[in-house]
Design a protein around this ligand. Sequence first.
Ligand code: FAD
Length: 328
Amino acid sequence: MSKDVFVFIEQRDNVLQKVGIELLGKARELADDLGQNVVAMLLGENIKDEAKVLISHGADRVIYVEDPMLKEYATEPYAKATYEIIKDNDPEIVIYGATSIGRDLAPRLAARIHTGLTADCTKLEIDPESKNLLMTRPAFGGNLMATILCEDFRPQMATVRPGVMQSLDNDASRKGEIVEKKVEFKPEDMNIKIREILKIESKKKDITEANILVSGGRGMGGPEGFQPLEKLAKVLGAEVSSSRAAVDAGWITKDHQVGQTGKTVRPEVYFAMGISGAIQHLAGMEESDLIIAVNKTEDAPIFGVADLGIVGDVNAIVPKLTDAIEKE
Ligand code: FAD
């Protein structure tokens, strides 16, 4: 039996979702610590061509299942196919993205397999002594971090927040095996009918997908303070994000919040505008490649993680910066 590290790969319209690629990077690390392989589970209709990409991002093996019933995500057929893969292969660990799909699928599988599940993890590592998986997640509203073990049952299962794990660079020279798993579906395996799919047309990217983020905090002074940030973001081709203080004040919606109880981001450039740099905020952005902070308080903790810091008033600096970039 394999004892490998399995990753559930998400796809929408046959486009692989970033979270699955990130999880392969983490799985590679866990599998190397255990001396085992990384196996990607890929489900869909006409999905085989995407399997190669998963090998180049760190999978040793891709097990794919193709069926028209798997074209769109639906709980029952997806649970059936993944259950059959897991049952045949006896993995040591199975990880999913903590997305709407992963949050629906993983608990159903955990119940079917009779194992545990740690949801919404921000850290996974192998305990060097016991070789158990240490699964860490925020608990009690983010007031403490809990590390959870699943000692008595296998596989150890976790959902992991998007944006937390680092994907491996695409390396087309990586070798791996692509295997089809045949699953027989019956009409009763689909207990829902998808009548229509309504796609939300949004020009805005999710903040976890942005290469540049312009983030505003309480120092922006009010909802009107976010308008200059929108302008700056526009000239930079960036997205606007925020601290929790700005969300709690109702200046911007919660889906923009970076941090321990918000989203974890890892952009190429992160602008922290009028953000003090509380530990819960840093937890969501400190892995950014380049951090540029503007704050009027010289000893604001944000300057401790910033690569470039400007001591000054955001009301003066943001419009000047926007003008200067626009003129370039
Ligand atoms: P403040 O801490 O009030 O800082 C405002 C900063 O703006 C100050 O440094 C000030 O010097 C500067 N400033 C003011 N005016 C100007 C100006 N005109 N020009 C330039 N600078 C100016 N926070 C998060 O962000 N994300 C989370 O996910 C999160 N989760 C939490 C979970 C828990 C359990 C708890 C207890 C807290 C959490 N917090 C989170 C809250 C966190 O502790 C801080 O309260 C919050 O990050 C502060 O936001 P801020 O930096 O915008 O505001």
